[in-house]
Design a protein around this ligand. Structure first.
Ligand SMILES: [Fe+2]
Ligand SMILES: [Fe+2]
Length: 440
């Protein structure tokens, strides 16, 4: 008799049978890992499409926590027989999350993620907890209990932002797609897709918008210039020893708040690198969350120092230019140029701010510096990998040099296109900062 090629030898079958309970839980963990990492890849597309700073910050935090969930599940899953090698996401999970990205309106997409996909993930965690053995699988159970608490908090934190979004057609569409999988873990009997169901993501590719959304806030091309009548940050003032330290402090808080542009353009890189090793997305999620914290340093401190945030224009140039470049070039400019190049000026600024005995300012700047050192390290670690994903085989050094030149070229095409939204008298400028600091 010829053994069927699909039938495992008897010894292997028996080993599989003995480990069936472990393998079933490992299978569910593998699905949870893929869902969490796919959330990180796709929910990041919401960040630059929504306008409220607080919502961008919250999404960055949820993405970072989700990356943490994925990493812990991967560590635990690898202890179990049956988790599987590799880190790739199966096509049906990828298609579901890609579909969630498709709505042209970022708020409709937000509703899809938080009214359909995140609740389904929470249901998946609850299913896991109910299905597993409390003592035998105790190490997983502890993780899952903690993640359920996180997911419940994410839902509560997002609720105020979902009020009033009309997205019924889009969320029904996603629910139908989800039901065809039988839920995130296939824990329900699947409902076949109705005839005429059409995948948006199969009809057209998703593209990042040419500019990022800053909601009700006034916008401009850049907050940096040499003209105290034009922008809040006057470059030579940052390093001029005659500048009053209170002026330096206000300018650096504006600088930090405008790291929102880093939040917006870094958020574009995840979706564009679907085959990235998970650790790359994990570290980029950390990077993203760090930048959102740095932006919050400014966003929360400036009003305390008398700045009306509606008088502070948001700079759009970096997003507008970088989104025209491929993902590895965006990442190279960020880590190898903007971040690596910021240390000398920031060091000088920190020395000046210390004159003020402002403990909180010193603390925020010290953590910013520490984070930025990590970001440059991430750059050295991951740039070659992103280059490889994008098929770029040049030596890193040559690539960075060429990218700097290309950025300068793209800046002449796509930079400087956002006029000041506010007339000079209503806009925060260097001269207004002198007044707020009590110097002029
Ligand atoms: Fe930063
Ligand atoms: Fe950074």
């Amino acid at each position: 008799m010829v053994a069927s090629s699909t039938t495992a030898p008897v010894a292997a079958q028996s080993a599989t049978g003995r480990m069936a309970a472990v393998q079933e839980m490992a299978r569910l963990q593998r699905l949870l890992f893929e869902v969490e990492r796919e959330f990180v890849r796709t929910a990041t597309t919401l960040i630059y499409r929504v306008g409220e700073p607080e919502l961008k910050y919250l999404l960055s935090q949820h993405v970072w926590e989700s990356a943490g969930h994925a990493r812990f599940i991967r560590e635990r899953g690898r202890e179990l027989s049956g988790f599987g090698a590799g880190e790739s996401v199966r096509p049906e999970i990828r298609r579901l999350f890609t579909e969630a990205v498709m709505p042209a309106d970022g708020y409709v997409a937000l509703a899809g993620f938080y009214r359909v996909l995140k609740p389904a993930l929470l249901a998946g965690y609850r299913h896991y907890l109910a299905a597993t053995h409390h003592l035998a699988d105790w190490p997983s159970r502890r993780l899952v209990e903690e993640f359920i608490t996180d997911e419940e908090r994410h839902a509560a934190e997002m609720t105020p932002y979902l009020n009033g979004i009309d997205a019924t057609a889009s969320t029904d569409h996603l629910r139908t797609a989800l039901a065809a999988l039988g839920g995130m873990l296939g824990e329900h009997p699947p409902t076949p897709l109705p005839g005429g169901f059409s995948w948006e993501s199969a009809n057209r590719p998703y593209t990042h918008p040419a500019t990022c959304n800053r909601g009700k806030y006034p916008t401009c091309s850049s907050v940096f210039s040499h003209d105290p009548e034009e922008t809040p940050i006057v470059r030579p003032w940052l390093t001029d020893p005659k500048t009053d330290a209170r002026v330096v402090r206000l300018m650096v808080y504006v600088w930090l708040m405008m790291e929102m542009d880093a939040v917006d353009y870094l958020a574009t890189v995840f979706f564009d690198t679907p085959e990235a090793p998970f650790d790359l997305h994990h570290d980029m999620a950390r990077h993203l969350w760090d930048e959102s914290r740095h932006s919050q340093f400014g966003y929360r401190q400036l009003p305390k120092l008398g700045v009306d945030l509606m008088s502070l224009e948001h700079s759009l140039d970096l997003y507008n230019i970088l989104v025209q470049m491929p993902p590895h070039e965006r990442y190279a400019m960020m880590t190898m140029e903007f971040e690596a190049g910021s240390f000398p000026t920031k060091a000088h600024v920190m020395d000046r701010v210390r004159e003020l005995n402002d403990f909180e300012a010193d603390t925020l700047l010290a953590f910013d510096r520490n984070d930025e050192q990590n970001h440059v390290r991430y750059g050295h670690r991951w740039l070659p990998e992103i280059m490889a994903l994008c098929g770029d085989t040049r030596p890193v050094e040559d690539f960075v040099k060429a990218t700097q030149a290309r950025f300068a070229e793209m800046a002449t095409l796509h930079g400087g296109r956002t006029p000041h939204a506010l007339p000079p008298e209503r806009r925060l400028t260097g001269n207004k900062i002198l007044k707020l600091a009590g110097v002029a």
